[in-house]
Design a protein around this ligand. Structure first.
Ligand SMILES: C=C1C[C@]23C[C@H]1CC[C@H]2[C@@]12CCC[C@@](C)(C(=O)O1)[C@H]2[C@@H]3C(=O)O
Ligand SMILES: O=C(O)CCC(=O)C(=O)O
Ligand SMILES: [Fe+2]
Length: 350
């Protein structure tokens, strides 16, 4: 068993926080899914977040995006648009299956992969208006076979192709964003395995497919509750239906900013581990997903992490800026997040 799988075995989720509501049969929002009144928080606003062409990225812009926003769009990323389109079709195909079929691939309480409610649900009283399908290592074929006993090849091929593209892209992105801090290729070699890298130092990842069904009362519902990602960075494909919102780092803390999709673009979300490696310079921005009344929205989040058992820590510390965090592995961090959620980061402060 790999070390991440062991970690989820040790941190099981309550049974009642695994199986989502059957949204297709729900015409009014049940009390279990009613979140706080919208008049209690300021209206979300939309502001253009940075857009970075990564075929020839400007270091200063990239660093600024990571320091001031923690979330940005990338273009010229090289991932074929046809693949993005296929991933979206396969997600719709999966989530449109009737509940009794999806349940066949349900996640067990001590696992992290399969069909179900997102893990962070256990930290909130109310339930979210979403369902998910999570993939790690060899779980894809096992779960897809349960969903489509004779017809899973297409789904698996598309998702595997996407995972390969995301692995390459995430390695390029980690080099780029850390490079924007002036870190040399040599200093990052341990973090980003080279293409021929042996299995031993290959980085770990986690793919989360999210589905936000059409909602009868979107103002009172929550698609995905506020959280930061526990990754080095996350690559998010959100199609062309808006829904992602980020916490404003510049102005009023409680004001959310809607991230409008950019045609053919992907969203990069800096994770908690990049915050640690950059010694607090890069922000792992709090974000959430809201739902709407007319469109079924799907998104695919690829969480990129460091190699198994690798100790990471601040790389940019100097005498003026002593390390703010102690060294840790991804496994250690995820274990802390599984019990302490949004307080996990502060537990590793020096
Ligand atoms: C590799 C990861 C990243 C995890 C934890 C672990 C496995 C499950 C991932 C997600 C996927 C869905 C959103 C999130 C917030 C959730 O609830 O489960 C993610 C979480 C995190 O970023 O903390
Ligand atoms: O669906 C979205 O826009 C956000 C997804 C997300 O934040 C996640 O999966 O961690
Ligand atoms: Fe997220």
């Amino acid at each position: 068993m790999n070390s991440l799988a062991q970690l989820f075995k040790n941190n099981p989720v309550n049974h009642d926080r695994i199986i989502p509501l059957d949204f297709t049969n729900t015409k009014t929002l049940p009390d279990s899914h009613v979140w706080s009144k919208p008049e209690l928080e300021p209206e979300p606003m939309t502001r253009p977040i940075p857009v970075i062409s990564i075929s020839s990225p400007e270091k200063v812009l990239l660093r600024h995006a990571c320091e001031e926003w923690g979330v940005f769009h990338i273009t010229d990323h090289g991932v074929p648009l046809s693949l993005l389109h296929n991933v979206e079709c396969q997600m719709k195909r999966l989530f449109s299956l009737p509940m009794h079929r999806k349940i066949l691939a349900v996640r067990s309480p001590d696992e992290s992969t399969g069909y179900g409610v997102v893990r962070i649900s256990m930290f909130y009283d109310k339930l979210m208006w979403s369902e998910g399908f999570s993939v790690m290592d060899s779980s894809l074929r096992r779960h897809a076979t349960l969903l489509w006993p004779d017809d899973h090849a297409e789904f698996c091929n598309v998702i595997e192709e996407y995972q390969k593209e995301m692995a390459n892209l995430s390695h390029r992105l980690v080099s780029m964003v850390m490079g924007s801090l002036g870190l040399k290729h040599k200093e990052l070699r341990w973090l980003v395995p080279n293409i021929t890298g042996s299995r031993a130092n290959s980085s770990q990842s986690f793919l989360q497919l999210n589905s936000y069904p059409v909602c009868p009362d979107p103002d009172l519902a929550m698609g995905l509750a506020p959280h930061t990602d526990s990754s080095l960075l996350t690559i998010l494909y959100q199609g062309n239906i808006p829904g992602l919102e980020i916490q404003n780092l510049q102005a009023e803390k409680s004001r959310w900013i809607g991230v409008e999709p950019v045609e053919g673009g992907l969203v990069v979300i800096m994770g908690d581990l990049s915050h640690i490696i950059s010694n607090g310079r890069f922000k792992s921005t709090m974000h959430r997903a809201v739902v709407n009344k007319t469109h079924h929205r799907v998104s695919a989040a690829y969480f990129s992490g460091p190699p198994k058992n690798l100790q990471i820590g601040p790389l940019t510390a100097d005498t003026d800026h002593p390390p703010l965090y102690r060294r840790l592995t991804w496994e250690e961090y995820l274990a802390a997040k599984a019990t302490h959620f949004n307080k996990a980061l502060s537990l590793f402060r020096c």
